[in-house]
Structure formats: C-alpha cells, structure tokens
Design a protein around this ligand. Structure first.
Ligand SMILES: NC(=O)c1ccc[n+]([C@@H]2O[C@H](COP(=O)([O-])OP(=O)(O)OC[C@H]3O[C@@H](n4cnc5c(N)ncnc54)[C@H](OP(=O)(O)O)[C@@H]3O)[C@@H](O)[C@H]2O)c1
Length: 254
C-alpha cells in the first residue's frame, strides 16, 4: 500500500485524486489546499487540511500546484521523511531544494476539471536522483498507468514545449476556426470529422507527410483570397506566419 498526501486542489489534483481512489494499493491520507471551499470536493471522502496546518505523514507527497508555487510549497515539507514529487512538465527536479528525497511524477495529458479521463493510457514521465525514490515513484505510476517513462528534466522540458505546440496551439486554432464559423453563421460541427481525421492520420503517417492545404500546394491565389476574407488583423497575421512556415518547410517562398 502506498500512502499519499496530495497538495493542490486544481485540475491535476482532482484527476489524480479520483484515480488514486480507484486503486486499493493507494491510500490518500490527506488532501492539502488553500481554502475550505477548494477542499470541499475532497472532504466528502478524505481528511483535508489547509496548507499552513499540520500535514500528515505519508510515503509520497504529491505537489500538484501551479508551477511558480512548487518551490514554496516544497519548503513546507522540508521536515518530512517521505518522498516529495511535483507534477509539472517544465519545472526542474532540482527546484525541490528543500527535500532530501525528491522526484517528478508528470502525467503528459491535458486535464480539465469535469472531463473524465482514463489514466491507464496516460504516459507518466518519472524522474528521481536516488534509486529507492525512483522505485517508489515507479511503483505508484505503474499502479495507475500502463505507460510509464523514465525521462530526465531536460527531456521532459523538451516534451513540454512540444506538447504546447501539439495541444495548446492546436486547440487555439480550433478556437479561431470556431470564431470564423460563428462570425459567418456556419456550423462548427461540420468541421469535427476533419479535426478527428487530422489526428487519426498521424497514427500511420509522419506529421510532415500528412500535411495538406494551400501553403503545401503553393496555391498562392487561394492563400491571398483567404487573407482578404479574414476580418481581424490578428487572424491575418497568424495565417501568414503559419503559411510562410509551411512554405519554408516544403521548399517554397510566399
Ligand atoms: N492541467 C494540465 O493539463 C496539467 C498537465 C500536466 C501537468 N500539469 C501540472 O500540474 C500542476 C498543477 O496544474 P493544474 O492544471 O492542476 O493547475 P490549476 O488547476 O490552476 O490548480 C493550481 C493549484 O495550485 C494551487 N496554488 C496556486 N498557488 C499556490 C500557492 N502559492 N500555494 C499553495 N497552492 C497554490 C491552487 O490553489 P487555489 O485553488 O487556492 O488557487 C490550485 O489548487 C502544475 O505544475 C502543472 O504544470 C498540469
């Protein structure tokens, strides 16, 4: 049985908590947060405490708070004997300066409260300096996921930048596409099979080989028409920037 104190009450903390509760081999002994209100979701089934109150003893302290708060929260655990891990994609392991036993437990997925997700297929990137710490993190990760990867801080930081491109920027493109549909009163739903196919295609093809569109085909008249059609300066700028980048990659200039 792995005992856990979970610190944080946001997206990741909520998803990890729900998943930990599904497994008999994991015991969440306490959830720690900044307000009674944010802790109310957890208080139904688990003991909770405010960040400046007495934090219980556990084998692993999972810090699932905003990146900028990880170091200050880890300081509150400096006298604890257990292993302290954070869940961030970009914060170095070395930022856990106050803890003798430290590590990283980074689930590489996009989490939003209320959107259920099956952890079994979520890659968990783990890291620790000491062998025993690594084995304990690995034990926890393997209970909840079938995809556990040993990833260094440097590798994790590169993966995180790549994740921003493939997820955050892609989702922003969906937002812009949705806005264009709303402006012109055409249903965004018509685009959903295209969105799904864009993602499904890269199961078999490299993203580079899967590229289509006017910039890939050198259809300059079409690109010019699209730029004129767009109402906002911002969308025109983004359209040009991305088209130029695609033209450059495939060997032509706009
Ligand atoms: N969301 C994702 O898709 C995702 C994926 C992988 C990894 N992560 C990582 O997981 C961590 C948490 O992300 P999240 O998405 O769960 O963030 P979130 O939903 O914004 O929640 C942030 C949590 O941090 C707490 N917090 C902020 N400043 C604090 C401080 N100074 N002291 C104590 N607690 C503080 C917040 O408390 P209040 O509620 O009181 O403000 C809240 O519980 C981050 O390191 C993030 O990089 C996130």
């Amino acid at each position: 049985m792995v005992s856990i104190v979970l610190i944080g009450t946001g997206n990741i903390a909520t998803h990890l908590y729900d998943t930990f509760l599904l497994h008999k081999a994991i015991n969440v002994v306490q959830v720690v947060g900044r307000s009674e209100k944010s802790l109310s979701f957890f208080a139904k089934k688990t003991e909770t405490c405010l960040i400046d109150e007495t934090i219980k003893t556990a084998a692993i302290y999972v810090i699932a708070v905003s990146d900028d708060a990880i170091n200050s929260v880890s300081k509150k655990l400096q006298n604890k004997k257990g292993l302290v891990v954070h869940t961030s994609g970009s914060v170095p392991l070395s930022s856990l300066t106050y803890n003798k036993n430290s590590g990283v437990f980074y689930p590489l997925q996009t989490f939003t409260k209320g959107k259920k997700i099956d952890f079994k297929n979520i890659p968990i990137c783990i890291e620790a300096l000491q062998k025993d710490d690594f084995l304990l993190i690995e034990k926890l990760a393997k209970i909840i996921s079938n995809k556990v990867y040993t990833i260094s801080t440097e590798e994790r930081q590169h993966l995180h930048v790549a994740a921003v491109f493939v997820n955050n920027f892609t989702n922003y493109m969906f937002t812009l596409g949705n806005e264009i549909c709303e402006e012109h009163k055409v249903p965004f739903d018509i685009l959903k099979p295209l969105i799904n196919e864009t993602v499904e295609k890269i199961a078999d093809l490299t993203p580079k080989n899967a590229q289509t569109g006017p910039a890939k085909r050198n259809d300059f008249d079409t690109m010019q028409r699209h730029i004129e059609q767009l109402r906002s300066k911002e969308k025109k700028k983004i359209y040009k920037l991305l088209s130029e980048s695609i033209l450059e990659k495939y060997g032509k200039e706009l």
